[in-house]
Design a protein around this ligand. Sequence first.
Ligand code: AGP
Length: 606
Amino acid sequence: MCGIVGYIGKKPAVEMLINGLKALEYRGYDSAGLYISGEQCVRSIGGVDNLYKKLPKGISGTAGIAHTRWATHGKPSEENAHPHSSPSGSIFVVHNGIVENYIDLKNALEEQGSVFSSKTDSEVIAHLIEKQIKDGDTFEESVVNTLKIIKGSYGIAVMNTQEPEKIIAAQNGSPIVLGIGNDEYFIASDVSAIVKHTKTVLYVKDGECVVITPTSHNIFTINLKPLNRKTEEVVWNTEQVKKGGYKHFMLKEIMEAPEVLKNSARGRTLRETGDVKLGGLEEIADKLTHTKRIVIVGCGSAYYAGMLGKQYFEEIAGIPTEVEIASEYRYRTILQNKGTVVLAISQSGETADTLSCINEANNKGCLTIGVVNVVGSSIARAVDAGVYNHAGPEIGVASTKAFLSQLEVLLLIALYIGRKKNISSSEGKIIIDEINKLPQKITRVLAQNKKIERIAKKYAHSKNFLYIGRKYSYPIALEGALKLKEVSYIHAEGYGAGEMKHGPIAMIDESFPTIALIPSDSVYEKTFSNIEEIRARDGKVIAIATQGDKKISAIANDVLEIPQSLELIHPILTTVLLQLFAYHIGVHRGHNVDRPRNLAKSVTVE
Ligand code: AGP
């Protein structure tokens, strides 16, 4: 997720662009850049302040575009920062989104003599627009014809030195909003960059483009058919806009789940053959497929994601897999050799214990892989190969959307390997179909938000919670307990449901509620018995069951439901429910769920 700003009017564009980027920094902050008509393009690594310091004195001009980046392709660096320019330097583009077919497009352009200066997917857009103009298109035609060639998502703004008082913007999957002021116009990724100057906006829709000049604004379809669109008045303030109108980043990031699952799988599943495409693993595919052993390392939620990854790798990829808590593993006598693959899971890519395990594995000659959200982070740079989550920046300290993305990416990696081994095309298609249905199924889970809030408040006074689950649900029971601990400060314990009678059941009474994960799966009856054991001791049970389960309401005090899916997909659906449950209890208890006490977003110390 990146931030885009464009301005045309009578005021100095540099101030408008820089202030607009600062309002959008929560969308991405690893590098930034701007282009102002008649001036040079300036780009910098780091936040918007670094860009501002780098601007030459006296930069003038009243029209420009700017970008603050969240890297998806190509590490955070000055050459990978936007705006990207075309070979002749006449076209400047800022882009938010993913060009799925950029490799093919880039190869074709290079064969025709194009020379690229970045490692990004976005740069191909500038090259293609210039090529279209050279082929005789107008500026507008060149932009829309380019957008018809690229596959994937975009929110873009484009400028052309030959028409310096014009900005063309377009949207498909990444938001663009047009702000209409007094003889000035704004383009931005969201209204937080605009609302200080005007509250009159026009929300661009997918497949539309807008053209602004100092005295006009027009909106078109992707075929340049003029459209009439009513303007709207913004009612949010800047802070509310950054949170998408939600009260907290944590809730916003939970609600982003459908989009995150789409982005994490975008361009990576081949429905026709049941295959998975992971460009970041191509070079080591053979070694990975034939390894005798995978060791997954991570901390906290990442470790719990690894516990599910182990089941995926053993069942789908057919590779013996261990999961290790990084802070333990790094101090043990580690039996690793060249045949071992060590896979690190880390949202931040900066967790010291996890990074240390990777460095040690590299020293021992192991193949190291990363599942990381922050592009260009230390772990992403330390591993031999990896798969980025594309979950976008996660601002809330308690991991939600990143954890969800980790589960999906681990499933994709397992299928990627499995299809090179014993998983048939039809088996692969079944899993991919369910992955493709996940965004709509997750939306149905999120639709229960009010019911989850009501049940959460009913139990918010509890001093303890037990979370139980079996098989694929066991790691999610652990993660659900962690989420509750982090944002509500209540003691919560995740446990294998089958293990409960070996001790923890002694804690159960009417004041000690249990969250039981009991989707309709191969261990349903066993978990059902565990719930009955709890109820026989007056323990209250909140069951997370599958829609259509007619038995569960007879024994559970409260029931929350997930849509039916493949058994191995259930954990992704139950995770979102538990995130909302923890969120509402934390809020109800008056805590700052975005910044819980004692926690940090990235644990870069041991
Ligand atoms: C998750 O809610 C926690 N904030 C924490 O457990 C986190 O998952 C852990 O610190 C690992 O962080 P990483 O994914 O950035 O490596």
